[in-house]
Ligand binder design. Structure first.
Ligand code: SF4
Length: 340
């Protein structure tokens, strides 16, 4: 049996014995893992309870960055981010993401690692390559209205469900990890997730024994923040399409922009091609439409979700228009405005 070296952080035990990390799961808030266990999609031999990680409940604020412990709840993080203009995007995404009850339980690390809400993933009577590799994908020719249009493969078209991860992708956050040997590393959130390819069951670049201990975000001025979420009902629901955007405009020119999409990608989608297309150019509606076309050139619908392609384009153009108009009127502004 191998001792798990991260556990000196633990208030109850110095070390916890873990038989096999492949067959174990870390438990944080449990808002996704417990559901998966009830549906018999996950049946770990061992649960590694993270509730005693005292240092993982802290938010620390330095001159350069904010560091959020992995066990910080979504409620606490939303409240904190709400008071920090430079984290407005994160606050908007978290508040749009789930009910108060869920936000009270859900944690920062757990939110990043939540699994897809593909209906067939949760239905153990249907084939699913993510749940059972090699069994097929019931969604590709099934009811795929909520599914992804970017980054998909012929083996899986599931979308990533997290609003928070979408905002953190736009904010270029960094994940801090530690493994069973006590080795630490830092991974940009933009590089945390894997595309499904022919192994959709492997969703991140984390090792089986690698724990997210914290997430940090640089305190860089980013201008106007907008998180626009389109969903089936105005109360809590997963995004059909969401756009996370920060933009700075100087003398009518887009000097800085960060963009990510939710609800449309097999991972929180960093819209890098659109960012590069927009940077240094004059903010016009025509430019925004071209930027959407550039980013969506590889988008592919699967039938019921074809509507997401024009919906994402319209949402993106709307958000970019709102952000640029606001920046033109308030060039020194840092923080959120409310998009409609
Ligand atoms: Fe499974 Fe992915 Fe297909 Fe959904 S889309 S059934 S998660 S393989």
């Amino acid at each position: 049996m191998k001792p798990f070296a991260v556990f000196p952080l633990h208030k109850k035990h110095d070390l916890v014995q873990v038989e096999s990390f492949e067959h174990s799961r870390f438990l944080a808030g449990g808002t996704n893992l417990v559901d998966l266990m009830k549906h018999q999609i996950e049946s770990p031999d061992q649960i590694i309870d993270l509730s005693g990680f005292e240092q993982a409940y802290d938010i620390t604020d330095s001159e350069q960055q904010v560091t959020i412990g992995t066990m910080v709840s979504n409620t606490e993080l939303a409240d904190y981010a709400y008071q920090q203009p430079g984290l407005s995007l994160l606050s908007q995404a978290l508040l749009a993401g789930a009910t108060v009850q869920l936000r009270n339980r859900a944690t920062t690390g757990g939110n990043l690692l939540q699994r897809t809400r593909c209906y067939y993933f949760y239905d153990t009577t249907r084939p699913c390559n993510k749940r059972k590799p090699g069994s097929g994908c019931a969604a590709i020719n099934g009811f795929n209205r909520n599914h992804a249009i970017l980054g998909t493969s012929e083996h899986c078209i599931a979308s990533h469900p997290s609003d928070m991860a979408t905002a953190m992708t736009a904010l270029d956050a960094t994940v801090h990890t530690c493994n069973a040997n006590g080795e630490t590393r830092q991974i940009p959130v933009r590089e945390l997730y894997r595309l499904p390819g022919d192994t959709p069951h492997i969703e991140t670049h984390l090792g089986a024994d690698e724990l997210i201990t914290a997430v940090s975000i640089d305190k860089t001025p980013r201008g106007t923040h907008i998180y626009q979420k389109v969903r089936d009902r105005s109360s809590y629901a997963f995004a059909l399409v969401s756009v996370a955007c920060t933009m700075q405009v100087k003398d009518g020119i887009i000097s800085d922009i960060n963009l990510a999409f939710g609800g449309v990608g097999s991972q929180p989608w960093h819209a890098q091609a659109a960012e590069e297309y927009l940077r240094g150019k004059s903010a016009t509606t025509e430019l925004f439409e071209h930027a959407a076309d550039v980013e969506l050139s590889s988008a592919k619908g699967s039938g019921y979700n074809d509507f997401k392609i024009p919906m994402l384009k319209r949402t993106l153009v709307h958000v970019l228009t709102q952000a640029s108009e606001h920046q033109n009127q308030h060039p020194e502004h840092e923080g959120a405005i409310y998009a409609r």
